[in-house]
Design a protein around this ligand. Structure first.
Ligand SMILES: O=C(O)CCC(=O)N[C@@H](C(=O)O)c1ccccc1
Length: 380
């Protein structure tokens, strides 16, 4: 497509309840959104298209080195000007070429992913193909899993889990950290039985010296332990994998298809959480899916508290055949009283994959305005 301009918007959305992880407590979500405007169909029959991208970088650099303000600066100063200049010079801007065009800029995968997502959405709205169709989805719905934050007490945790199970969630993920691990998992197992699919997410809060504690989790038949050790420690994850029986799943460590291939080769994990924003976009996410499938590694789609825009794309991704484990694809009301798109709702534990062109959803302008902190127009 011929890129004519882009809107860069920062929104702030209140969370329905504080969300505590091993790296902090979030009361609201700050998100950077990109809307690209362009034309397709050449000079003969130019048709205007627009596409939306959502950056998953948090307000603070606690999950990864990226954060919202830095992502906005990257998009404003380097990434969008690069694409706009290339387009003005006659380059056809497609989702498949964004990564190569942005390659000179090192890192900033979440910022790049948001821009690639916007270009892909615009491109697909132009052709009429859905994101699910483009990625190769094979299912019309995906199972809904929920991520449960660290709670003030075990009693509160059990009430929260009971509510989510009553809502129909088919998989429970518990955030853990040193001092909040064996006891909450044991309590959930005792209260709700052995049958509910249960996993834990440490967000890199442990070290290999904690292997004894992590091995105690083997007693609870967990689906996996997610990212127990620091992001850059594939070797020690491989060591830990020989000490605990529960499958090790990596999240923060898997920053690219190459990292996925390395982690598999080094036996650092036996499950991978794929987050398009973390790995540089939905095309890289699909590559990781394909690498894992070729190596017999099950994958699932992680969440980053996305609005309905990212949620739509994640539902499409999670419908690919290698996504055999339930992901963090929850209903919009898990985090938001009001989503910026029509809300994603759960139906019998399932989330429906959008079938419209592109993402298949668009923001509700008045809700978007209500949550907007800043918006700016970027053009060549
Ligand atoms: O369901 C969701 O969207 C959230 C899933 C979740 O727990 N995400 C975690 C994570 O570490 O995977 C996270 C939360 C906040 C910020 C970054 C990551």
């Amino acid at each position: 497509m011929k890129l004519t301009g882009a809107e860069l918007r920062t929104i702030r959305m209140p969370l329905v309840t504080p969300f505590e992880t091993s790296f902090g407590v979030e009361e609201d979500r700050v998100a950077v959104l990109v809307r690209v405007i362009g034309t397709v169909g050449g000079d003969r029959r130019p048709t205007e298209v627009q596409g939306w991208g959502e950056c998953v970088a948090m307000e603070l650099p606690l999950y990864s080195s990226e954060y919202a303000e830095a992502a906005a600066a990257m998009l404003r100063t380097f990434l969008l000007p690069r694409l706009l200049r290339a387009s003005a010079a006659g380059t056809d801007i497609t989702a498949e070429t964004v990564d190569a065009l942005l390659e000179p800029f090192v890192g900033h995968r979440m910022a790049k992913a948001a821009l690639e997502m916007a270009v892909l959405d615009a491109q697909l709205r132009g052709t009429g193909q859905s994101m699910a169709g483009y990625l190769g989805a094979t299912r019309p719905t995906v199972p809904a899993g929920v991520s449960v934050g660290i709670q003030p007490s075990i009693a509160t945790l059990l009430d929260v889990v009971a509510d989510y199970l009553a809502d129909g969630y088919v998989r429970i993920k518990l955030k853990i950290k040193p001092g909040w691990d064996v006891a909450p998992v044991e309590a959930v197992r005792e209260r709700f039985g052995e049958l509910i699919p249960l996993q834990v997410d440490a967000n890199a809060a442990y070290t290999l010296a904690d292997a004894r504690v992590l091995r105690r989790l083997d007693a609870f038949d967990l689906l996996l332990i997610e990212q127990p050790l620091p992001e850059d420690d594939l070797r020690q994850h491989a060591e830990l994998a020989t000490l605990v029986r529960t499958p090790i799943c990596l999240d923060e460590s898997i920053v690219s298809p190459r990292a996925a291939a390395d982690a598999i080769a080094l036996k650092s994990c036996s499950v991978i959480n794929i987050k398009a924003g973390r790995v540089g976009g939905y095309l890289a996410a699909k590559q990781i899916h394909d690498i894992c499938r070729a190596n017999g590694i099950p994958v699932w789609c992680g969440g980053m508290l996305e609005t309905g825009l990212g949620r739509a794309a994640n539902a499409a991704l999670a419908a690919l055949p290698g996504f055999t484990l339930t992901g963090d694809i929850s209903a919009s009301d898990r985090f938001y009283e009001q989503d910026i798109t029509d809300p994603f709702v759960m139906d019998d534990g399932q989330i429906t994959v959008p079938t419209g062109p592109g993402l298949g959803v668009i923001p509700n302008q008045s809700v978007l305005e209500r949550f907007t902190v800043t918006t700016e127009w970027i053009q060549a």
